[in-house]
Design a protein around this ligand. Structure first.
Ligand SMILES: [Zn+2]
Ligand SMILES: [Zn+2]
Length: 72
């Protein structure tokens, strides 16, 4: 069974309930961050933004990385 990587680093032992879509490490409920990614379809200049963004599960670390990369 997969363990939460972030808990493991803090000396805790939690079962992972999902994996980070970005780095692939196991995460427990407490360490899972939901990232709303706007979805665009089509090719330029006919880009369309879908009304519903896709919820993605990422770890804290990757969430920060994505935000620093200029994600808005
Ligand atoms: Zn955890
Ligand atoms: Zn990650």
């Amino acid at each position: 069974m997969m363990k939460c990587y972030d808990c493991m680093e803090m000396g805790k032992d939690s079962t992972a309930i999902c994996v980070c879509i970005s780095c692939g490490k196991g995460l427990c409920m407490d360490h899972t961050k939901q990232l709303e990614i706007p979805v665009t379809v089509g090719t330029p200049p006919d880009l369309k933004r879908l009304p519903n963004s896709l919820p993605r599960l990422v770890c804290n670390y990757c969430l920060n990385q994505i935000i620093e990369d200029g994600f808005d």
